[in-house]
Design a protein around this ligand. Structure first.
Ligand code: ADP
Ligand code: MG
Length: 463
């Protein structure tokens, strides 16, 4: 067969393997609901950890004073200062500083990572304006957003179950990350109390609820992916503690580790998983989230280069480098609307050193982006449907008049427009016309940081 015939065959096969018809998504959603039940029933009952967050009261809007947050995600981390205005005062002031995590610290020692974070926090605190100083006798308080699986032992303590998203630091696993942070703060001379340890999904839920009382699900689509939602405390058999007064408990699903035989996985996914730092884990995350989409695309392009010579007789050497094609670049390629697909051409040249690509090749690349992004977005929509079903809110009779607002955050959701549109449209398709307006997505910008500050406030020593 010709070069193009071979390339088309690879494309077609990939497209078929990635297909997510509604019927399949409903199976995925049902599997998600089943695993949610299993994870709530017993510790280790499912690949879905369904972690208890110890957040049984979401912010009311009455929170006051100045609080700090530290948000360690995967790619970046931020420190925030938030001034709350109390009853209906809302958020009076917020400011933040952002830094990226040096890659060597992601695989180094626990001490080095936490020292780096605490040092950035120290700088930020040192620059605090006088008007934000604490009243005499009062210690600064911090909400710590830590977006990795944590077995929480209280609202402000918890041990690391395992690293994800390219982090691998053995000596942190099994340790209390609040204690690790506090030791580092001590070494860096920061005097602050950690009042809340929260997952980014839980922070986003709290931040979202602060501004909209209908928020009861939060989904993060960034470097990784995860979701949290408000569960009835009675529906958590594995919870042995006292029933919270609110009757509710926020559950951090850790849905990135979801896996099901219904997931459309390809040979490229299996190979990427095998080569990863955490083989066999975070399978849902590996097909939906920002860390991996560009890498899946690279793997398909590499095969097309090797077997169909789409970039000429030689395979471009750069194309062999894992993770060289990042999702933001993939997104730029996917969104190229120029008639000659100039952005696609430029990206192929700049990143992979492939020059003089013809329009046909560029179209092929865009088509691949679409397949990879569509699969991820539609599966994420199926995940949301799974939660809505677990909450018993997926039919008109059960939903009543109430709306569920899903607080959304993460760089992938925020910046990858095609992905976001596909996710939102897919859920409408799955729910059907009648239900489609009762589930609403809302971008909770920087919700995880603000939410952590709010949870530090509601768990303050001084209230
Ligand atoms: P984290 O997940 O580390 O907390 P973010 O929520 O900011 O951080 O997400 C960062 C991730 O979002 C990046 O690793 C990347 O995968 C994805 N991302 C960022 N910008 C874009 C973009 N323009 N298009 C697509 N994905 C993006
Ligand atoms: Mg984040």
């Amino acid at each position: 067969t010709s070069k193009w015939g071979r390339a088309k065959a690879i494309l077609k096969e990939f497209e078929e393997k990635c297909a997510t018809p509604d019927a399949k998504l409903k199976q995925v959603a049902d599997a998600m609901t089943v695993e949610m039940h299993a994870g709530l029933a017993s510790e280790g009952g499912s690949k879905l950890k369904m972690l208890i967050s110890y957040v049984d009261n979401l912010p009311t809007g009455d929170e006051e004073e100045v609080f700090y947050a530290l948000d360690l995600g995967g790619t970046n981390f931020r420190v925030l200062r938030v001034q709350l205005g109390g009853k209906s005062g809302g958020i009076i002031h917020q400011e933040f500083a952002e830094a990226s995590i040096p890659p060597n610290l992601m695989v180094g020692s626990s001490e080095a990572l936490f020292d780096y974070i605490a040092a950035e926090l120290a700088k930020f605190v040192a620059a605090e304006e006088e008007k934000f100083h604490q009243p005499p006798g009062r210690q600064r308080e911090l909400g710590f957003t830590f977006s990795f699986p944590i077995m929480q032992t209280s609202i402000n303590s918890g041990t690391l179950i395992r690293w994800t998203k390219g982090f691998s630091i053995d000596d942190t696993v099994g340790k209390d990350v609040v204690a690790e942070l506090e030791k580092a703060m001590h070494r860096q001379g920061v005097d602050m109390r950690v009042s809340a340890l929260v997952n980014d999904t839980v922070g986003t839920l709290a931040g979202g609820r602060f501004s909209n009382k209908d928020v009861s699900i939060a989904v993060i689509l960034g470097t990784g992916t995860n979701a949290a939602y408000v569960e009835r405390a009675q529906a958590i058999p594995k919870w042995n503690g006292p029933l919270p007064k609110s009757g509710e408990m926020v559950i951090n699903m850790e849905w990135g580790n979801f896996r099901s035989s219904h997931l459309p996985l390809t040979a490229y996914d299996h190979a990427m998983d095998t080569d990863s730092l955490n083989p066999g884990e975070q399978i849902f995350e590996k097909i939906c989230s920002g860390m991996y989409l560009g890498e899946i695309l690279r793997r398909v392009l590499l095969r097309m280069a090797e077997e169909a010579g789409i970039f000429g007789d030689e395979v471009p050497p750069k194309l062999k480098n894992s993770f060289i094609l990042r999702t933001p670049e993939m997104s730029a390629v996917h969104h190229d609307t120029s008639s000659d697909l100039r952005v696609v051409g430029d990206k192929l040249k700049d990143i992979l050193e492939i020059s003089n690509t013809c329009l046909k090749t560029r179209r092929l690349v865009v088509e691949l982006c679409n397949i990879v992004a569509t699969r991820g977005a539609r599966l994420a929509a199926a995940g949301v449907l799974g939660i809505v079903k677990k909450m018993g809110r997926d039919t008109p009779e059960e939903s009543g008049q109430e709306t569920i607002v899903v607080a959304m955050d993460g760089g992938l959701y925020e910046h990858y427009t095609e992905y976001r549109k596909c996710l939102e449209n897919s859920l409408v398709g799955l729910l059907g016309e009648e239900m489609s307006t009762s589930i609403v997505f809302k971008h909770a910008n920087d919700g995880s940081g603000i939410g952590a500050a709010l949870l530090a406030a509601s768990n303050s020593l001084y209230v």
